[in-house]
Ligand binder design. Structure first.
Ligand code: F0G
Length: 442
C-alpha cells in the first residue's frame, strides 16, 4: 500500500514522496495531507479484525492507534513503531452534563486518559514513528504544554533528543513538570504560543530537527484513530455530532480527514457533524468564518484555558474543510461558561482540564440557540486530564478564579472575577469526631 504527501490547496495539489521532511508544500506553502492508495475491499471484515485484536497482546494490537493500522498505512516497517499503548480511552455517559446542557443523553470520550494525559499521544506515536523512519535524531515542537509533554515522553522512549518551546509562565504546571521529568530540553520563550510556533517552524526549516507540531501531517494520522476507536466502541453506530475544542486546530483537522476517509471507504454511511468550540477571546477560526474571510483573521489570544490560547492556528484550512465535509460548525464560549461546564464534568465523576470543557459549554450554548436538538446523539471529546492544571480547579472551587491575572514571578494584578457557581471548597475543621458528625448531619 503506497503512501504519499499531497498539498491540500486547489489547484496546486502538489505530490511529494512520503519520506519528505517538508511540513508545507514547497511550491505554494499549503498544508500537506498524507494520502494512500487504500486497498480495503471489505470494510466489514476489517471491523471484525479490529475487534479481534482487542484480545491480542501484540504491542501493535494493544495500541488504540496501531490496532487500526490499515487506516494509517504509512509505516513500511512496523518494527519501527514507538508505542505506549496510547488511545484505548473510554467513552462515558454523563447524565449530569446531559441535563446541564439540555441534551437527553451525552457521551464523553476522555482522551485525557492517555499515557501522558492528553489526546496528543494518539498523534505522537505516529509522529515519532515517522521521525524514526526519516532517521531523525532531534525532534522539536512549540506547545501550550500537552504536545510538549507527549513529545518529551515519546522521544525518551525512542532515544531521541527533544527540544520544546513553551510560552513563558503561560503553561499549566502539570504539563511543565512532565517535560522536565521526561528529560526534554525545555525552552521558555518570552512571548506567546504563536511566537513560539513561528520560531520553531523557522528553526526546523533550516536544520535537520524534525518538527512534531500538528502541522506535521503524520501527527494527524494518529489522531484520526480517536474517531475510529470511538466508532468501534459504539459498534460503528455513527453519532449525529462530534464536539471538539479548537486551538491549533490539528484535532479538528484529523477528525475531518478520518470521517471523510471512513465514509469514502464504506465503513460508515453518514458523517457525524464536526463542531469546533473556541474560547471567546481566542477565536480566530470563529471570526474568520463569521466574516467569510478567505484569509485567517488572527487574534491576540486570551483565555485561562491555556491549552487553546492560540491566535494563529496552523491547521485552520483543514478545520474549515472538516466542517464543510461534515456540515459542522464552530462557536465560542466565555470563560464563565468554560469554568462552570468544567465543574459539571467533574460532578459526573469524570473531570478534565479547562480547554476540554469548552465542549460541554458549547453544547449548552448550541442547544439554547437551537443549533443542536435535544434528541441528538452527541459525543464530546475531552482532550486533557483534570490533573494537568490543578491550580485552575482549586481556584474555581475556592472562589478565587479571575479571567485576567498577570504574574511577574508573583501575582501583580487580577481582574474580572469568574463566579464559582458550583464551588466545592474544602472545609477546615478541628480533629473532633462530634464536630464531624454534626457537620455530616448524621
Ligand atoms: N485541548 C487540549 C487539552 C490541548 O492541549 C489542545 C492543544 C487542544 C485542546 C486544542 O487542540 O490544537 O488540535 O486544536 N494543545 C496544543 C499543545 C496546542 O501545544 O499542547 P488543537
Amino acid at each position: 500500500m503506497s503512501a504519499y504527501l499531497q498539498c491540500i490547496e486547489d489547484p496546486c495539489q502538489n505530490i511529494l514522496p512520503a519520506g519528505s521532511k517538508a511540513y508545507v508544500c514547497p511550491k505554494c506553502g499549503g498544508l500537506l495531507d498524507v494520502k494512500y492508495d487504500f486497498q480495503i475491499p471489505d470494510p466489514e471484515a476489517l471491523k471484525r479484525t479490529f475487534y479481534q485484536r482487542r484480545l491480542s497482546n501484540d504491542p501493535l494490537d494493544l495500541s488504540g492507534v496501531w490496532r487500526y493500522r490499515e487506516l494509517i498505512p504509512f509505516c513500511n516497517d512496523l518494527s519501527q513503531v514507538v508505542t505506549m499503548q496510547e488511545g484505548n480511552t473510554p467513552i462515558y455517559t454523563a447524565p449530569r452534563c446531559a441535563e446541564y446542557t439540555g441534551l437527553k443523553r451525552l457521551f464523553l470520550k476522555h482522551q485525557g486518559l492517555n499515557p501522558t494525559g492528553s489526546f496528543k499521544d494518539n498523534g505522537m506515536t505516529s509522529g515519532i514513528t515517522q521521525a524514526r523512519q526519516t532517521n531523525s535524531k532531534v525532534v522539536a515542537c512549540a506547545s501550550t504544554g500537552n504536545t510538549s509533554a507527549s513529545m518529551a515522553a515519546y522521544a525518551a522512549r525512542a532515544n531521541m533528543k527533544a527540544v520544546i518551546f513553551i510560552p513563558d509562565q503561560q503553561i499549566a504546571f502539570g504539563k511543565l513538570s512532565q517535560s522536565l521529568d521526561y528529560g526534554a530540553l525545555t525552552l521558555q520563550i518570552e512571548g506567546d504560543f504563536d511566537e513560539a510556533m513561528r520560531l520553531v517552524k523557522e528553526l526546523t526549516e533550516e536544520t535537520p530537527i524534525y518538527l512534531l507540531n500538528s502541522i506535521n501531517p503524520y501527527r494527524l494520522e494518529g489522531q484520526k484513530t480517536i474517531v475510529v476507536e470511538m466508532l468501534a466502541q459504539r459498534d460503528w453506530v455513527v453519532p449525529d455530532r462530534v464536539v471538539v475544542p479548537g486551538g491549533n486546530l490539528g484535532n479538528s483537522a484529523s477528525f475531518g480527514k478520518a470521517i471523510k476517509e471512513l465514509y469514502d471507504l464504506g465503513f460508515i454511511r453518514k458523517m457525524p457533524m464536526v463542531t469546533i468550540i473556541q474560547a471567546q477571546r481566542a477565536n480566530p477560526l470563529y471570526r474568520t468564518l463569521i466574516d467569510h474571510s478567505p484569509r485567517l483573521i488572527r487574534v491576540e489570544a486570551h483565555t485561562l484555558a491555556t491549552a487553546i490560547k492560540i491566535g494563529n492556528p496552523v491547521s485552520w484550512k483543514k478545520a474549515v474543510r472538516a466542517m464543510e465535509w461534515t456540515r459542522g460548525w464552530c462557536d465560542v464560549v466565555s470563560e464563565q461558561e468554560i469554568a462552570d461546564a468544567k465543574a459539571m464534568i467533574g460532578r459526573d465523576g469524570i473531570g478534565c482540564e479547562p480547554a476540554s470543557a469548552t465542549t460541554v459549554a458549547g453544547i449548552k450554548r448550541l442547544i439554547q440557540t437551537g443549533e443542536i436538538d435535544k434528541d441528538e446523539d452527541v459525543v464530546a471529546v475531552l482532550t486533557g486530564n483534570l490533573l494537568k492544571d490543578p491550580d485552575y480547579t482549586i481556584n474555581y472551587h475556592q472562589n478565587n478564579l479571575y479571567e485576567l491575572a498577570s504574574y511577574r514571578h508573583e501575582l501583580i494584578e487580577r481582574k474580572d472575577k469568574i463566579q464559582s457557581t458550583f464551588a466545592n471548597a474544602p472545609l477546615r475543621i478541628k480533629p473532633n469526631k462530634d464536630e464531624i458528625i454534626k457537620l455530616l448531619e448524621l
